[in-house]
Design a binder for this molecule. Structure first.
Ligand code: PHB
Length: 394
């Protein structure tokens, strides 16, 4: 009798625990953040995670009547892993949102999972134009390479560069960047006289830089992904391109705030175009940079951190709008959102689910004893030109 009662009581307790767990699972919104936290692109993972965590620290962990839980998973920068982890997150852990995606192949591999599971997927880092076309559940808080490349191509053509070479990492965003640069630069009257695509894995830029030096362009346009810029800059210096008077022009990925201050004098004077600089002069950015440094042992946020920060803003604002509903409704609520980001004014294009933002032209300069990308011009409210219009704002 006693034993029987105990069993019933224990069963009731267990059932109670199960019900409570279920209610909690229903109440909390699980955001699965899949990032390269190890391997050659670990700096991207570190920055995106720190940006996302800072947003939560500043805005609390409850929104639209629901608690937000961040689940960070390391994919090591390997696409098969990203896909497997994303699948586990939605199937086993019931994730309501997938987010992160440090490189294009990682986002591409995961797109079908978002579509099948009908789960919003926030691309916070990867920047190949076509990514958002791979699933109607993708919304992007980072940028596209053609957005940045069009800005620097225009600057080059307007500032005395008539012959340029291009050097990019040999994968989708590199090709997007080189194609966009060439299109805009040549339409403005310039000529691309040499093009190089360097393997993404363990790159050695030296032989390509030598060839470019011999071709003697006035400017060299470069895209390499975040984290790789230091090696590129070192070899640019060693191969004597700086001394030969070849002007380095690039997307802001090359003079990444995360590593810029360690690049030394060779970086001084480099002209780049991009959507974020830690030196962006606005009250919102000052607050963001100060809070980021305080939370991260004085290290500087880069454009990856702002992608993570704004990606969480999208989740929070959309949950407010849907009163806590997730799924397709959350994606719908993200379309058309606009806000003042640390990078400047931004919105989500309701047609493409890409971010519309100002693209700044910047020069590497010393400020308060450190190297910064100092903005001196901007093109306002640039849409991804591949999906919109190449002549916008010209
Ligand atoms: C990408 O793989 O899409 C990517 C990675 C790092 C960047 C830009 C683009 O800095």
């Amino acid at each position: 009798m006693l034993k029987g009662m105990f069993t019933i009581a224990a069963a009731a307790t267990l059932l109670g625990a199960a019900v409570t767990a279920q209610v909690q699972a229903q109440e909390s919104v699980q955001v699965g953040l899949v990032l390269p936290m190890t391997g050659p692109f670990a700096s991207t993972g570190r920055q995106v995670e720190a940006g996302a965590r800072l947003y939560m620290q500043q805005h609390g962990d409850e929104v639209g009547g629901r608690k937000i839980e961040l689940i960070v998973k390391d994919d090591g920068g390997v696409a098969d892993q990203t896909k497997r982890i994303a699948q586990e997150l939605v199937v086993r852990e019931g994730a309501d949102v997938l987010a992160g995606f440090g490189l294009t192949p990682l986002a591409m591999a995961t797109a079908p999972i978002a579509t099948q599971a009908r789960v919003p997927m926030i691309v916070m880092a990867a920047a190949t134009s076509s990514i958002t076309e791979k699933s109607p559940f993708i919304v992007r808080s980072s940028f596209t390479l053609p957005q940045a490349a069009l800005g620097i191509a225009r600057w080059a053509a307007e500032n005395g560069i008539t012959e340029a070479a291009t050097l990019v990492s040999d994968y989708a965003p590199g090709h997007d960047a080189a194609d966009a640069f060439r299109k805009v630069f040549e339409e403005a009257g310039g000529t691309v006289i040499e093009q190089a695509a360097v393997p993404l894995k363990d790159p050695d830029f030296a032989p390509y830089l030598q060839r470019i030096r011999d071709a003697g362009p006035q400017g060299l346009f470069v895209f390499v992904p975040s984290g790789v810029g230091s090696l590129l800059m070192k070899q640019f210096d060693e191969r004597g391109l700086d001394d030969a008077g070849i002007k380095l022009i690039a997307t802001g990925d090359v003079t990444d705030d995360d590593i810029l201050d360690q690049m030394g004098d060779v970086a001084l004077g480099a002209i780049t175009a991009q959507h974020y600089s830690a030196a962006h002069d606005s009250p919102e950015n000052k607050e963001f940079v100060d809070a980021f440094k305080e939370a991260n042992g004085n290290s500087r946020p880069n454009f990856m951190a702002v992608g993570g920060y704004d990606g969480m803003h999208l989740v929070y604002e959309a949950l407010k709008a849907t009163d806590g509903e997730t799924g397709e409704a959350l994606v719908e609520a993200m379309k058309g959102l606009s806000w003042e980001s640390p990078r400047g004014p931004v919105s989500i294009d309701p047609e493409t689910r890409d971010i519309v933002q100002d693209i700044y032209i910047r020069e590497v300069k010393e400020q308060d004893g450190e190297l910064y990308n100092v903005e001196f011009d901007r093109i306002e409210q640039v849409k991804d030109p591949v999906k919109a219009d190449w002549s916008q704002q010209f």
